[in-house]
Design a protein around this ligand. Structure first.
Ligand code: GCO
Ligand code: MN
Ligand code: MN
Length: 403
């Protein structure tokens, strides 16, 4: 039977970054090929497709250098468009990478005035984020890095980044804002090298923050960024963030390996990885927001923009249906049960290291424990069989007995 895929609805909690849908298709080799949409047009276009809402950078809504009146008007019309379409804005962010002033970094520029201006711009964007109802503020530092190592004092730059995060935490607390900060890692593009290149290193940087601020800072892992760092799978980064209690949201898109930044439609590049991502999130009961950060190909016109928008949410629903099929597949369930039993033989409960009390018992038991090292080394894991069953269930193929 063909896979039954439900239509995406707002209840799926999938949000779109307006900038991706506004994107006119420019790249380093040529200008845009379609009109840049306004943020309001994006909201109106995404509403019927099942998107729950939109997120924004300050300069997606108003131009760099806009007057406060222009800024307020743009913000108001965006908020009104969301409201009129039954949508919300859970996250906002700040553009610290487009304007010439940020050409050599923002929070980590060698120039003290540039660093101060960047923090001020982020503070203004935080005000806008709260006005729109956002509870998460993302910081992605596209220019925070170097092209030539001769131009950066790494030991100072890393400290300046931390100082900026601390200052923004201070600002948020001073205003009593209900807002968390999510740091987004990326290894390169636009700079040859960006500081804190992976989600793992970003998590490490959070651990160096003042303990009073650590709780309000987490991460925003992105599919493409982890793949650009040559990770085999995006789910490992997601899991690390979740395990650290720092998975505030994540950016969904597609990316073929460690190459230039592609921002392909979510789920278009890696069907297996997508299914495992959705299955992991189901296992841990993740109920936070899912965020599309991708853009239509330069080949597409206006119509193609909405086709692109549709396939990003559609691919999430397809992956959910594939996960359902895997989890309900009798052969898979049976094999998983058998493996679970084989991996947890009776009398092995004493080897529980998960709590202080259990560990105290376990170390005593370990002192006299004897292991069948040869037998354990020779055990059948049946991973090949399991993975084949997964692939077949995913593709709707009937299983056949292995020869
Ligand atoms: C990129 C990044 C950005 C950020 C955005 C939100 O590769 O350009 O993914 O799209 O996610 O700036 O902070
Ligand atoms: Mn990206
Ligand atoms: Mn992103």
């Amino acid at each position: 039977m063909a896979l039954q895929v439900r239509k995406a609805t707002k209840a799926d909690g999938i949000f779109g970054g307006v900038w991706g849908f506004q994107n006119p298709g420019a790249d380093p080799f040529g200008p845009g090929t379609r009109r840049r949409l306004s943020a309001v047009e994006v909201v109106q276009g995404l509403a019927p497709l099942g998107y729950a809402g939109c997120t924004f950078h300050d300069n997606d809504l108003w131009d760099f250098g806009a007057t406060p009146a222009q800024r307020d008007a743009a913000l108001e019309s965006f908020i009104a468009a969301l409201r009129n379409n039954g949508m919300t804005c859970p996250m906002a962010t700040v553009n610290l990478f487009s304007a010439a002033i940020f050409k050599a970094g923002a929070f980590t520029a060698n120039n003290r005035l540039v660093r101060a201006f960047a923090i001020k711009k982020a503070m203004d964007a935080i005000d806008a984020a709260r006005a729109a109802g956002a509870k998460t503020f993302v910081l992605w530092g596209g220019r925070e890095g170097f092209d030539y190592e001769s131009s950066i004092y790494l030991e100072r730059a890393l400290g300046w980044y931390r100082d900026a995060v601390h200052t923004l935490c201070e600002y948020i607390k001073r205003h009593g804002y209900d807002l968390k900060i999510a740091l987004e890692a990326k290894p390169n593009a636009p700079r040859a090298s960006i500081l804190f290149p992976t989600t793992g290193s970003m998590l490490g940087s959070i651990a160096t923050l003042d303990p009073a601020n650590q709780g309000m800072v987490g991460v925003n892992p992105e599919v493409a960024h982890e793949k650009m760092a040559n990770a085999a799978t995006f789910t490992a980064a997601i899991a690390e963030a979740w395990h650290a209690g720092k998975l505030f949201q994540f950016d969904l898109n597609g990316q073929y390996g460690a190459r230039f930044d592609q921002d392909l439609s979510f789920g278009s590049d890696d069907i297996i990885g997508t299914v495992h991502l959705v299955r992991f999130l189901k296992r841990v009961g993740y109920s936070g927001l899912r965020h599309i950060d991708a853009h239509p190909l330069r080949t597409e016109g206006q119509k193609g923009t909405w086709t692109f928008a549709h396939r990003c949410v559609r691919n999430w629903k397809i992956a959910e249906a594939q996960v359902e099929r895997i989890d309900n597949d009798p052969a898979i369930r049976q094999l998983l049960d058998e493996l679970e039993a084989a991996d947890n033989p009776v009398d092995s409960e004493v080897f529980d290291f998960s709590t202080p009390v259990a560990r105290a018992k376990a170390v005593v038991a370990l002192a006299d424990a004897v292991f069948d090292v040869t037998g354990l080394g020779a055990r059948e894991t049946r991973f090949e069989a399991l993975d084949q069953l997964f692939l077949e269930a995913m593709q709707g193929v009937d299983h056949e007995e292995a020869a």
